[in-house]
Write a protein that binds this ligand. Structure first.
Ligand SMILES: [Zn+2]
Length: 285
């Protein structure tokens, strides 16, 4: 096999891994808000309760073959299931291309980095859909995962992954991520006497900081989340005549910012710095 062929093989494998993880995320999204176990009982049809056969549980394909209906009762299966599987597969492919950019990078350190950040991406996907549906962010995918972020960073440094963060950045990222949003919430409470965000958002940004580091990741992610949240949220708040903070959850926008930073960090930073540079050229001279 040529080096390029080997890279394509691993990229395809990474994508399939993403599809399978997506299938498991569907279980997490359905069960975690109700405090049910994600391991037991095995997957079953929510309408008739029949267990799903292994050959009917292949990501995306099974849904297409069954034409979106349960084999036992014939009732429709939500298109959200294959959509989440496809999304997770696509993100896994993008992540692989970002972390293992070519045949030269096919080694243990880069594979480990892909694994650590794939777990991170999966937590972002799961909490996004749980937050949209239930307005909560499970602790398992936010504050409880901070040790995972710090541990993953330590592991990647030990394995010699070239882009590994110093572990201090990871610890500081958790503190700055949680601390900065907590500060905003506190100030808002003092001025307006009302809640601006949920405590879930604070715990989520602490988790994000532990995986992506403090600076520049956390401030850039807050800016992206605030801009994207306003673009989507302001029209929605006007239409529904509700307060912006009540019209939509903030967690998915933090997840969007984190994904953008993880996949395109250097590009985003150069755009951001270029913009600051131009402002400086206009007002600083
Ligand atoms: Zn059924």
């Amino acid at each position: 096999m040529t080096p390029e062929g080997a890279w394509s093989f691993f990229a395809a494998f990474a994508t399939m891994l993403g599809l399978l993880f997506g299938s498991f995320l569907n279980v997490c999204i359905a069960r975690m808000p109700e405090d049910r176990s994600v391991a037991y009982p095995p997957s079953h049809c929510p309408a008739c309760g029949h267990n799903i056969r292994w050959y009917d549980n292949i990501p995306v394909l099974s849904w297409l073959i069954l034409r979106a209906r349960c084999r036992d009762c014939g009732l429709p299966i939500s298109s959200l299931y294959p959509a989440i599987e496809l999304l997770t597969g696509l993100l896994a492919w993008l992540l692989f291309a970002r972390i293992v950019p070519g045949p030269d990078a096919l080694d243990l350190a880069h594979f480990a980095a892909f694994g650590v950040y794939l777990v991170f991406v999966c937590m972002l996907v799961a909490q996004t859909f749980i937050d949209i549906r239930h307005y909560i962010i499970p602790d398992e995918f936010s504050i409880y995962a901070v040790p995972l972020g710090v541990g993953g960073t330590l592991l990647l440094g030990w394995l010699g992954y070239p882009d590994a963060l110093p572990w201090q950045q990871s610890v500081l990222g958790a503190l700055l991520g949680g601390g900065s949003l907590a500060l905003v919430m506190g100030l808002w409470w003092l001025v307006r006497r009302q809640e601006s965000m949920g405590l879930g958002d604070v715990k989520l940004l602490a988790m994000i900081g532990s995986f992506l580091g403090a600076v520049p990741a956390v401030p850039v992610i807050i800016v992206i989340a605030a801009v994207a949240g306003s673009i989507v949220g302001l029209p929605l708040a006007l239409l529904t005549r509700r307060k912006l903070s009540l019209a939509l959850p903030f967690g998915p926008f933090l997840a969007l910012g984190a994904l953008a930073w993880l996949l395109h960090g250097p590009v985003l930073l150069s755009v951001y710095m270029g913009y600051i540079g131009r402002l400086y050229a206009i007002f600083g001279s």
